[in-house]
Design a protein around this ligand. Structure first.
Ligand code: SAM
Length: 230
C-alpha cells in the first residue's frame, strides 16, 4: 500500500511512522508513506496557502490552488483508490472503515488546518471524509496518523500472530475480553482459574462470554450495529 499525506506541518506527523509496528511495516516494504508539504505548492515565494474566508469571520481557510497543484501532481503519477479528507464534520472512523481501507493500493490523505479547506477542494477531489471523533483538533495531522495506524496494522504481514488484529475489539462488534499475564496471583487478585486450566474450547467460550458481558455493559450500541461502514 502507498499512502500520500498532504500537510502544512510534515514534521508534526512524521514521528508516529518512525517507531514500533508502523516503522517495521515500512521497513518490510508492506507500506510506503510519503509526506507532501503544502507550502511547496504555495501561490507565492512567501509560502501563501491560506486566506480570509468570504463573508467574514475568524479563522483562515486553506486555498484550493496549492492543494490542486499537489493533487494534480500525484494524480499524474498513479491512480488512487480513495482521496480522504480528515475533518470533524464527517462520519466517525470505525473498524469496518479501517478494514476496508486496509485493502486499498494507493490512498491520499489531506489534512486541514485553521478553519479547514475551501469547500471546493472537498467537492472536486475528496472521495471520502473521515473524523476521528466528536471533538476538534488544531490540525488533521494527528487524526491522519490515527487513521494510518488503524489501517496499517490490518495489512497482512504487519502484525505477528501474537498481536493478531482478529481478536481485538470491534472486529466482530464486540469489545475484547480481559487479558492477564504472570504472576497468576498478585496481592489478593487471582487470574480466573479457567485461563490456567489448559482447556482451550472452554477458554474460548469464557473469552466470548466476557466479551459479550463487557460490550453489554460499556457499549451496548455495538450489539445492534450491523452497518456503519461507508
Ligand atoms: N472549522 C472546522 C469545523 O468546525 O468542523 C474545524 C477545523 S479544525 C480547527 C482544523 C483541521 O483539523 C480540520 O480541517 C481537520 O483536518 C482537522 N481535524 C480537527 N478535528 C478533527 C477530527 N475530529 N477528525 C479529523 N480531523 C480533524
Amino acid at each position: 500500500m502507498r499512502i500520500d499525506i498532504i500537510t502544512v506541518s510534515p514534521e508534526l506527523i512524521k514521528s508516529p511512522f518512525e517507531h514500533s509496528i508502523i516503522k517495521r511495516s515500512i521497513d518490510k516494504k508492506l507500506v510506503e508513506v510519503h509526506f507532501h508539504d503544502l507550502r511547496e505548492f504555495a501561490l507565492n515565494k512567501y509560502g501563501k496557502i491560506d486566506d480570509y474566508q468570504f463573508g467574514g469571520g475568524a479563522g483562515m481557510v486553506l486555498m484550493i490552488e496549492p492543494i490542486d497543484k499537489c493533487m494534480s501532481k500525484l494524480f499524474s503519477q498513479r491512480k488512487y483508490d480513495e482521496v480522504i479528507y480528515m475533518t470533524p464534520d464527517a462520519k466517525t472512523l470505525n473498524q469496518q472503515t479501517a478494514n476496508k481501507l486496509s485493502s486499498a493500493k494507493n490512498i491520499i490523505i489531506l489534512t486541514g488546518h485553521y478553519k479547514g479547506v475551501d469547500q471546493r477542494v472537498r467537492d472536486k477531489f475528496i472521495t471520502k471524509e473521515v473524523s476521528i471523533g466528536d471533538y476538534v483538533l488544531s490540525g488533521g495531522e494527528l487524526a491522519a496518523a490515527v487513521l494510518c495506524d488503524a489501517i496499517i496494522r490490518l495489512i497482512p504481514g504487519v502484525l505477528g500472530d501474537e498481536t493478531s488484529a482478529l481478536t481485538d475489539s470491534f472486529q466482530d462488534n464486540l469489545l475484547a475480553p480481559p487479558v492477564y499475564t504472570r504472576p497468576a496471583k498478585y496481592d489478593n487478585m487471582k487470574v480466573p482459574d479457567i485461563l490456567l486450566s489448559g482447556n482451550f474450547p472452554k477458554i474460548d467460550q469464557w473469552r466470548h462470554d466476557e466479551a459479550v458481558k463487557r460490550t453489554k455493559s460499556i457499549r451496548p450500541d455495538l450489539l445492534s450495529n450491523d452497518e456503519d461502514e461507508d
